[in-house]
Design a binder for this molecule. Sequence first.
Ligand SMILES: N[C@@H](CCC(=O)N[C@@H](CS)C(=O)NCC(=O)O)C(=O)O
Length: 221
Amino acid sequence: MGLELYTDWLSQPCRAVSMLLMDNNIEHQVHEIGIMKEETQGAAYKQINPCGKVPSIVDDGFHLGESHTIMRYLCESRNLPDHYYPKDLKQRANVDYWLDWHHSNLRHGSVRLIKANVFGPIKNYSQQTIDELKKEGDEVLKSSLTFMDENLSKSNYIAGGNQLSIADIALVCEVVMLPISGASYEDYPNVQAWVKRLSTEIKSWDEANATLNKFLASQKK
Ligand SMILES: N[C@@H](CCC(=O)N[C@@H](CS)C(=O)NCC(=O)O)C(=O)O
């Protein structure tokens, strides 16, 4: 059976899991589940992940969702290089801090803007809903990027230390997705430099981001 990944290449958490898998040459079978086609909500996919979210993995019959949990599981089960998720308790806690922070900060803001600007028009949200989502999204995103920029002025990697961790991978996949909803990280020089650095360090960067880049190019037309 081996390892199976259920994914949509446009999704931030999906690309993060793929980068970890591809950069470490972990053999896996990819099943594409279209979010826009609402395949995540179909009965067949809910057998894989009852929450109807991607990514999910099935590892020799073991089902697991949540990208951060999947990445931690892969680090431990595949004995990946220590820098991704360090064994040292304090270094590990720093990585966990940023992974937890991600949910209610950067991702919270980003998802609100995606809902307002991408899904709002397709799903006919009311103008009031769109305006509320935009206001909250803009505020949360601004404070999140400001906080990241301050931290990245002191260290090349988000969780400190001198090497790439799974927190960098999770967060950078969110940041490069911002233009999809008209947001940007141009005003945050340390975040910009960090994205550039990671884009050369993560070997599977181009492959994992190919669908996103195609989508962004099509939006410009
Ligand atoms: N916290 C979850 C978030 C998963 C999530 O929200 N996935 C979205 C795509 S980015 C999804 O599957 N949406 C489809 C749906 O809600 O039907 C993770 O990190 O894996």
